[in-house]
Design a protein. Sequence first.
Length: 76
Amino acid sequence: MRVSKWGNSLAVRLPSSVVEALDLKEGDDIEIRVIGDRTFEIGRDEAQQCTLDRLRALKWKLPPGFKFDRDEAHER
């Protein structure tokens, strides 16, 4: 893998073998952890899915007729 400049940051392209092993697609979140001198590991970032699962477990009911408006939410 080669480190490349991307804006003010550095980027690394993941080999297809890693993408396939983690079943990654564009937009997925990953987590990179340093596990030793010059060694790291890559894994899926499950934090968002874990939060969604916990919210779903609460089984809160939305008010009748509730409709989410993304534009309205961004105005707040």
